[in-house]
Design a protein. Sequence first.
Length: 130
Amino acid sequence: MGGVVLVKKGKVMIHVMHDFTVKPIRTQKFIDCDWLRMKEAETPFTNYTVFVTNPPADLDLRSIHTHGFNDKMAGHYHYDTTPLRVEYECYLQLADSIYRVDRAPQEADFQMDIRSRESNTTAKSWTPEP
């Protein structure tokens, strides 16, 4: 399922991130403290979202993913920060099929054996390393 989610009132927490890291992502602390830049965004904030209830295992998909924007910023939606004021309006559609267009150079799976995976060798020099 996917579609448009408009946050009409309130504020939302989003993140923007650097390019993918040169070295593998090894800790959640690195992701939260060094890599992602969290920002509070004003509304209206328009999001495009997809979510999957039973994804094929070989596609390595996230179960939900949402990106959005307003007239000042854009990023990955996390949650609303004003729960008593927030107002959502959603337009969603069921999907008949699913495709994965491209894989990320690495995923943040801390149980995975990453020794055989190469990281993004084209990352910018300012990209933080774990």
